[in-house]
Design a protein around this ligand. Structure first.
Ligand SMILES: *Cc1c(COP(=O)(O)O)cnc(C)c1O
Length: 343
């Protein structure tokens, strides 16, 4: 079995999830009759401190539905550098919602950067800035954090400017653990929040969008429009409920394992990485000039360690519940050796 650090999405449902899936009470969710889906939506919304929730097949769809709810075609959206909604959704934001993006920061950004990026309203040449998107944790900067204070300041700046706000909280559970905050506190400043059940929490499928009842009613229409309305989806929501109840508390182990790998890699020749920047379950390592992330990925694959090259010179690793401390130590040695051999 390879040690798979490509993503925290690679985990398979455990015995408790499979049992819950087999036992799930179901109904036709498009008639509002699937009790397991309703339970998941309610439980997730309560955890996030929002009025209502909506179960969706993926985090990408949650992001796209949120965009559709909170913007109109031609609007300008302020978003963090290389966010998932810009970088990893195969152009959906332009194709489906017809928005343009203004990227700010280099990872987590502050309210000042938001204020500076908002276009003046009512001006003849500017597109209206109608939404800010915060990705917490921020993937491409290496799982870095928007603190509660940063989130509250961004929410307040957005409200003051009449701009809506969306939290892409695919990894909000990691953020909550790392910051010692509740998910609700980190979500409170935002109109809508999307979470992933299939990342660190280990469910096989699914995301939830949460917000006011009015926003969620609108979101339900766009979910249908994008083909994401399902039927007896309680069979997958059941695994999501197990994930939400059982797997939040252990995420600190993944963070400790990521730190351990980062510390080992930082000591290798050919790596530019400060272990202090690794605060959740993602490690983004920049390689020195001339070291190819693709060659290192291939060398590691031959040694039984799977990685995700973000680009020619950047590697990403994700820790998760299927890789324990011993596996992470072994992987870190193999990766460090592969980088040094290619340096
Ligand atoms: C994975 C991810 C998503 C999308 O989730 P999928 O279920 O893979 O579509 C959205 N945002 C962020 C930050 C992610 O890491």
């Amino acid at each position: 079995m390879p040690i798979d650090l490509r993503s925290d999405t690679v985990t398979k449902p455990d015995a408790a999830m499979r049992q819950a899936m087999a036992d799930a009470e179901v109904g036709d969710d498009q008639y509002g009759e699937d009790p397991t889906v309703i339970a998941l939506q309610d439980e997730a919304a309560a955890l996030l401190g929002k009025e209502a929730g909506l179960f969706l097949p993926s985090g990408t769809m949650a992001n796209q539905v949120a965009l559709r709810v909170l913007t109109r075609h031609g609007d300008d959206v302020v978003v963090g550098w290389e966010s998932h909604i810009v970088f990893h959704e195969t152009g959906a934001s332009a194709a489906i919602s017809g928005v343009q993006f203004t990227e700010v920061g280099r990872g987590p950004f502050g309210a000042d950067e938001l204020r500076a990026a908002i276009k003046p309203r009512g001006h003849v040449i500017y597109p209206p800035t109608t939404l800010v998107v915060v990705e917490n944790t921020h993937n491409r900067s290496g799982g870095r954090l928007f603190t509660r204070a940063m989130s509250e300041e961004i929410g307040a700046a957005a409200r003051a400017a009449g701009v809506a706000s969306y939290l892409d909280g695919a990894r909000i559970f990691n953020a909550a653990v790392a910051l010692g905050e509740t998910e609700a506190a980190l979500s409170a400043p935002f109109d809508l929040v999307g979470i992933s059940l299939s990342k660190g929490l280990g469910a096989p499928v699914g995301s939830v969008l949460a917000g006011s009842r009015e926003h969620i009613d609108t979101a339900r229409r766009y979910r249908r429009m994008l083909g994401g309305a399902m039927r007896q989806s309680g069979v997958i929501a059941a695994a999501g409920l197990v994930a939400l109840r059982n797997n939040r508390g252990r995420l600190g182990e993944d963070h400790a394992n990521a730190k351990l790998i980062a510390t080992r890699l930082a000591g290798a020749k050919g790596v530019v990485l400060d272990p202090a920047d690794v605060v959740t379950n993602l490690v983004v390592a920049r390689l020195a000039d001339g070291v190819s992330a693709y060659d290192v990925t291939e060398a590691c694959r031959r040694e039984g360690v799977l990685l995700f090259p973000f680009s020619q010179s950047i590697l990403r690793l994700a820790t998760h519940l299927e890789v324990d401390e011993a596996a992470c130590r072994r992987a870190a040695d193999i990766i460090a050796q592969a980088i040094e051999a290619n340096a």
